[in-house]
Design a protein around this ligand. Structure first.
Ligand SMILES: Cc1cc2nc3c(=O)[nH]c(=O)nc-3n(C[C@H](O)[C@H](O)[C@H](O)COP(=O)(O)OP(=O)(O)OC[C@H]3O[C@@H](n4cnc5c(N)ncnc54)[C@H](O)[C@@H]3O)c2cc1C
Length: 375
């Protein structure tokens, strides 16, 4: 049985582990801490225009060399397997990568998403059209104002929304949204209306739904807790390698030997890339690229570009071959049994329309390729 070690406990690492296990591998996931996945707003943006993405030079999905039908098939399988696995952990999701909806966040601003928790799904803005919407407010909570959210829903999206305040007795002084986490949703007074709750409550009434959040995100926290089940909490600090293979990953307490390794360490928040004068991959010194060229070749010019447009920084990261092997700075495959997935990859804006699409699909494929290592 092929032994696969996945380094990273975010959505990419989780999908890699799912795929590798499905293909018969013996999988261990090692994760240091929550990364960017724990901050997501509550709606998974998978992909907007697949054909356009596959035409984008250096985009990690374009580099796979798979045609649109093949990508569509892999996405279908990856997302349905992911939904099934999260459902077993008690976290139910709805949606497909083929259709996007718009969902309001706690400020009433619309965000596009393909796959959302079932507690968010009824709040799709198109589905709310023509309905009355009560926006639940908690006056003791300082970082959220239901009246402004209702106003924004009206002005920005033409929804007949109004605020309805509820009182919660045992909140601390100067409470914030995080203090609502895990509490039972208070029953609304309004009858016959859809009810928008700030995120974090549980046991919503039938007509209730949750708004998307800004960090810190109850949606992200729930997802991260489900993903972390079964992962070993440890920080990989170095690797044992031969010239062309990885033999083991080391943490301070132990060594993890495997036949194949998936690096799903995220970008700056996860810790997969280290900022500095030149952005670097800290564990194996893999090549970090911007627009297909080594980041080091830009010198200070890239810093100036980043200063002018921060999204430049967002596109920097590892570059892979068709089988998701990360490349060295000179363009050669670093190690034949090492795969990379998720936000550690460059070539796309991870705060953009493939925020979860790239980690899910590259994680899924990296897991599959890693499981077939011995073949
Ligand atoms: C604030 C914010 C909000 C976002 N909101 C959305 C959204 O609403 N919708 C959307 O689609 N996308 C969103 N995104 C993008 C999306 O969250 C990320 O692209 C995605 O979560 C990245 O997943 P990942 O698994 O690649 O990385 P991460 O989730 O960052 O996971 C990296 C993992 O690697 C581990 N790790 C790193 N180094 C080591 C090491 N040496 N040893 C052991 N473990 C290690 C980390 O501890 C972590 O567990 C958002 C991003 C941010 C920053």
């Amino acid at each position: 049985m092929t032994r696969v070690l996945v380094i990273g406990g975010g959505i990419a690492g989780y999908c890699a582990a799912l795929a590798a296990r499905r293909d018969g591998a013996d999988v261990t996931v090692v994760a240091r801490a929550p990364g960017a996945t724990a901050l997501y707003a509550g709606g998974m943006a998978i992909i907007d225009d697949l054909e356009a993405v596959l035409r984008t030079p250096h985009h990690p999905l374009a580099r796979l060399g798979i045609d649109p039908v093949g990508i569509a098939t892999e996405l279908d399988t990856a997302i349905s397997t992911l939904q099934l696995a999260l459902g077993k952990e008690g976290l139910k999701f709805e949606g497909t990568w083929r259709r996007r909806g718009l969902y309001a966040d706690i400020h009433g601003v619309a965000r596009p998403a393909n796959v959302v928790p079932t507690t968010v799904a009824p709040g799709e803005l198109g589905a709310l059209s023509g309905k009355r919407v009560a926006v639940i407010g908690v006056p003791q909570v300082g970082d959220y104002d239901a009246a402004s959210t209702a106003q924004a829903l009206k002005e920005l999206h033409g929804i007949e929304a109004f605020a309805e305040d509820v009182t919660i007795d045992d909140l601390p002084v100067a409470a914030s949204l995080t203090d609502l986490y895990g509490r039972r949703a208070p029953a609304p007074r309004a009858r016959g209306a859809a009810v928008a709750y700030p995120p974090g409550f549980v046991a919503l009434p039938d007509e209730g739904f949750e708004l998307l959040s800004s960090p810190p995100s109850p949606h992200g926290w729930r997802l991260q807790q489900a993903l972390a089940l079964g992962a070993v909490q440890a920080e990989v600090t170095s690797f044992e390698t031969t010239q062309d293979r990885v033999v083991a990953a080391r943490s301070s307490a132990r060594s993890f030997r495997a036949d194949a390794f998936v690096l799903a360490t995220g970008r700056h928040i996860g810790g997969g890339l280290k900022g500095g004068r030149v952005t670097a991959e800290p564990l194996l010194g893999l090549g970090v690229f911007h627009d297909g060229s080594p980041a080091s070749s830009f010198g200070v010019r890239l810093h100036l570009l980043e200063y002018l447009d921060p999204s430049e920084e967002m596109r920097m990261g590892l570059m892979t071959d068709k089988r998701l092997h990360p490349l060295r700075e000179d363009g050669a495959v670093a190690f034949g049994n090492l795969y990379a997935a998720g936000a550690v990859l460059g070539g796309y804006d991870y705060a953009g329309p493939c925020g979860f699409g790239v980690p899910i699909l590259t994680g899924w494929l990296a897991g599959r390729y890693a499981a077939k290592q011995g073949e």
